[in-house]
Design a protein around this ligand. Structure first.
Ligand SMILES: Cc1cc2nc3c(=O)[nH]c(=O)nc-3n(C[C@H](O)[C@H](O)[C@H](O)COP(=O)(O)O)c2cc1C
Length: 382
């Protein structure tokens, strides 16, 4: 079983991910993890913290001469802004944060809650996901995410090959697939900032190169749709998830929703085994299993809760009505969120791969994947 846990506070010494069950034989590229950490820090609309930090990972264990060993991998990301013991408490809880409920639940300060609830913790999830991508890549599986909406402004993805789309996204200051719209999005974020307000948005995540049968229909907690929903909804500020056509599927008849199955003998050598679909409204998942079509998820991020023009709150000492506390904050972090979601989804897909094909060694996984396809072709009399 592949899994990870994280530790660390926003202004603590460092953040840590402990990745357990990661297969041996993966040629670990630390630069690739660092590149994702840099991407997480970017995107138009971020606050001052990103100018302080220069995130990079230190791999503390589980690797020898650049190769993973199959033993636990500890990833550490130091905090330059390490000052937790000098920081003041907040006495006016911010609506939209865990400040009030957390401090009551743990019978502690607001600071104790916000330091761990903070999305700074996602550095560890990005590092773990960037590691998982290095297991997926040799198997031909890629995870890719981009922003499709900021506030009310939709930026539909421009169609193209994956590498072309990656280039567009990496040229966009807001990580959309249409950098020509950057100016318009930036102006929207600027207007919002001037008004002391914040913005959310929608992120689309796509995973390609998938085999049949990751996840299973047999038990509720093993269904891949449920597990992906948990993984993405557990990212700070995510408030909705759609798979494939998502909510739109509830509004139209089944004949317009489900993806007809056809057979194309020229495609039997591919991971589809020749079973093609006229469209992919299911988003690559049927009955909690991958169906060899691209996985497509859309996730809604709420606007940042810390407002420069704060909402009404209550002073925890005096119980008088006052405006909520303000701390240095992002105005819009949808771009960064797309990087986080890409990596969170990659990790979940790596878990599903390890479950289906065994998790001790990458070479073994590759051979079992090939063997599975050999057996499936035999069953289909191909
Ligand atoms: C990339 C990213 C950056 C964020 N930056 C901030 C921020 O600067 N200020 C803030 O108040 N919330 C920020 N958030 C959101 C909070 O962490 C989150 O809303 C809060 O922990 C409450 O959790 P919930 O929204 O999941 O209920 C950010 C979230 C993400 C994903």
């Amino acid at each position: 079983m592949l899994r990870y846990l994280t530790a660390g506070e926003s202004h603590g010494r460092a953040l840590v991910a402990l990745v357990d069950g990661f297969p041996a034989g993966v040629d670990l590229k630390v630069e690739a993890i660092n590149a994702e950490l840099v991407r997480r820090q970017g995107g138009y609309g971020r606050g001052g913290r990103q100018t302080i930090e220069a995130d990079h990972v230190e791999v503390l264990s589980g690797v020898w001469r650049g190769m993973t060993l199959g033993s636990p991998i500890a990833l550490l990301i130091p905090n330059k802004d390490f000052k937790i013991d000098q920081m003041e408490d907040l006495d006016r809880p911010r609506p939209g944060h865990g400040d009030l409920s957390g401090s009551i639940k743990y019978l502690t300060s607001v600071r104790a809650i916000l330091e761990r609830a903070s999305a700074r913790e996602t550095t560890t999830r990005v590092a773990a996901g960037a590691l998982a991508k290095q297991l997926l890549a040799p198997l031909g599986i890629t995870a890719f995410a981009y922003v499709v909406q900021v506030g009310e402004l939709q930026v539909p993805p421009k169609l193209g090959e994956l590498e072309e789309q990656r280039a567009w996204r990496d040229h966009s200051i807001i990580y959309t697939l249409d950098p020509d719209r950057d100016q318009q999005v930036a102006e929207l974020i600027d207007r919002c900032k001037q008004a002391g307000d914040t913005l959310g948005g929608i992120i689309e995540i796509r995973v390609e190169g998938l085999p049949y049968g990751l996840g299973t229909h047999t038990q509720w907690d093993k269904k891949l749709d449920g597990r992906l929903a948990q993984a993405v909804m557990a990212v700070q500020a995510m408030k909705g998830v759609e798979i494939g056509m998502g909510f739109q599927a509830a509004r139209i008849p089944g004949s317009q929703v489900h993806d007809p199955i056809q057979f194309d003998p020229s495609q039997t050598h591919t991971r589809s085994l020749g079973f093609t679909r006229t469209h992919n409204n299911a988003g690559g998942l049927e009955a909690g299993m991958t169906n060899s079509q691209p996985l497509v998820l859309r996730v809604a991020m709420k606007p940042i809760s810390t407002l420069a023009k704060p909402l009404e709150s209550v002073n925890l000492q005096t119980k008088q009505s006052e405006l909520a506390s303000y701390e240095r904050s992002d105005v819009c972090a949808v771009a960064a969120a797309s990087c986080i979601l890409e990596n969170v989804v990659a990790f979940e897909m790596a878990c599903a791969v390890v479950e289906k094909f065994g998790g001790d060694n990458l070479e073994e996984i590759k051979q079992r994947l090939d063997l599975f396809y050999e057996m499936a072709r035999k069953m289909l009399n191909e």
